[in-house]
Design a protein around this ligand. Structure first.
Ligand SMILES: Nc1ncnc2c1ncn2[C@@H]1O[C@H](COP(=O)(O)OP(=O)(O)O)[C@@H](O)[C@H]1O
Ligand SMILES: [Mg+2]
Length: 268
């Protein structure tokens, strides 16, 4: 099982869009996936996936619902764990949220992937999720401030990970994405850690179909599976699963949820 944190320095770079689409693709390839909307305060995966959760994390924390009632089944292999978009959640200490959350996760059964859609920036919960995740994907886009923020995020993530993945979203061409990746890799090697492996996971072009799908509350890879951006997302998923299995390590054989939980608690 892999715990993948999707994060960025800056908000609005496409983290949630990418998290939803790649979770869906993984589920279509036969993996069991849970997507946790961990952007505390700004959770929006329910809108992206076009569902109306009856309960959210706050109901789990306050004992009004159990995890089985909180999760929303998107398909047989794909569960959404809805986040909380109000500020009520801020009353809870991080550790309390995590403990209840992982107690609950035990009941939803075996998973191959837990995809964590984190908030922007390096807040407390983002730090804990990144440090405990087996893999971290940093999303950026061609905008000087987004690139600077991606650099800060790489610096932070490098404290806990030797290898990081990068996705460049919202580009005009593959070349533009490759240049941004190269620039980031060079400065990261020079100023952060010379042995840091920043792997280019792929790019997604700026696409009016993504905007359109998000307005209609549809998932791009479902409504337009053969458009360029959907193929680019599928390429990202292929590269991700290849990269995770290249050492002969099978996704299904790696650590279970209890280990992730332990790692998380060590962070706080
Ligand atoms: N490649 C893209 N082309 C066009 N619009 C995009 C693209 N990626 C994301 N968007 C749009 O940008 C907005 C922000 O995306 P979102 O995934 O919510 O970002 P984040 O989670 O990083 O804040 C959304 O309206 C989304 O539809
Ligand atoms: Mg988001």
């Amino acid at each position: 099982m892999r715990f993948i944190a999707i994060t960025s320095g800056k908000g609005g770079v496409g983290k949630s869009t990418i998290a939803a689409n790649i979770s869906y693709l993984l589920s279509m390839y036969g993996y069991r996936v849970a997507l946790f909307d961990a952007d505390i305060g700004l959770a929006n995966q329910d809108i992206i996936l076009g569902v109306k959760p009856k309960y959210t994390l706050i109901d789990l924390l306050e004992g009004r619902a159990n995890m089985e009632e909180v999760v929303v089944k998107i398909n047989n292999n794909f569960l959404l764990i809805p986040g909380e978009s109000g500020d009520e959640i801020l009353r809870y200490k991080n550790r309390d949220i995590l403990e209840k959350f992982f107690e609950g996760l035990k009941v939803i059964g075996e998973l191959d992937f837990l995809i964590i859609d984190t908030g922007a920036g390096i807040g407390e919960s983002v730090r804990s999720f990144v440090a405990a995740a087996t893999d971290t994907i940093i999303v950026t886009m061609p905008d000087p401030s987004a690139i600077m923020d991606a650099y800060s995020m790489i610096k932070f993530c490098a404290k806990s990970h030797e290898e990081l993945f990068l996705i460049v979203n919202n580009v005009r061409s593959q070349r533009e994405a490759a240049e941004i990746y190269q620039k980031l890799e060079n400065v990261a090697k020079k100023h952060i850690k010379s042995n840091l492996k920043l792997e280019f996971l792929g790019f997604i072009e700026r696409s009016s179909l993504i905007e359109e799908s998000s307005k209609k509350r549809e998932l791009l890879v479902k409504s337009h599976p053969s458009c360029v951006a959907a193929i680019e997302m599928a390429n990202i998923v292929k590269k991700l699963t290849n990269s995770l299995t290249k050492n002969g390590e099978h996704i299904k054989e790696t650590p279970n949820i209890a280990i992730f939980f332990k790692r998380l608690l060590q962070q706080i």
